[in-house]
Design a protein. Sequence first.
Length: 331
Amino acid sequence: MEILNTLKDWFKPAPPPDPEIQKALGRVCALVDPMLNTLPALDQTLQPVLAHTLNYCQHIVDNLPGPFEIDRQAFSVSPLVHALFATVEDIALMLAKSQEACKCLLTDSEPGVEFVYAMLAARWQRKKGLGMALDGEMLQADALIETLIFADHVLVQPADSLEATREKLCQTAFDSLLKTFRVRLIEKRNERALLQEEKARERDQINVMRSMGKADKLEEHTRRLQDVETRLRENIEALRPENIIAPLTEFLAAPEKALRLEAMRITVDRSGIVAGDDQAGSPGQAETLDFQEIIGRDRRRYVGMLVKIRRSDVLEAAQIMKDVQQRYLII
């Protein structure tokens, strides 16, 4: 009986992958290369590394600060919100431009939902210039100051619950990693197109040199053609589905190289002027702010945080934007 049970275990079909892994496999085939779906045992090959990558994406989302409430009152009392927006009107402008948040309220959320949750991403930079600054107890004009500026605010993956937003962000992080790897394949395909053009040119040159009887030039272009053909074969081999798996697995095994959060701490006053750490909590209202910077495919510098916004504020901002658009149409 033990032998029979052992044989049954050997020939027992492998259990289906976890639903999350199965969904991730679908995203891999959709975003990286649809031909990967033709490979046998793709799920067994990628399952361990996909589990690791999904856990890493969840870790990224779990380490986003917040949720912070964003509204007029928060702009007045929260140093973080005050630093993020130049004026309180910029909050309404961001909400008015967030079509995703409006769509979330109109289609996905229940009428009784009070808040919309999302990740707020904003591009930041430190800009140097001349301005007024305190030098000890003296007010100095035309002093060299550094200002912290945030721009291009955007709400990412809004939802009517924090859990739903976190789930969407985890999927967005995973998709971002796959798109980063896909860039490598796109570069390879572009290289293949250039090599094919170069191959055609060298063949034309060989025909010309042969007709002109220039043996030395003919030999030179023949060597060039052989080199191009070698590189082209290597390129074609690298783009075969079965040869994509190894570099993809290596890439997903170290996702932190392509997407990560970096802690950022800056001390600023109420005007957004960068101050020294020794001025934090001083009478000049300097505050030390902690952010998480998103390092990924986009080389621009963004901070990210979880926020919650009142449903009424989003709807009011959307109505204002709609009225403005109608006014422009009438004009």
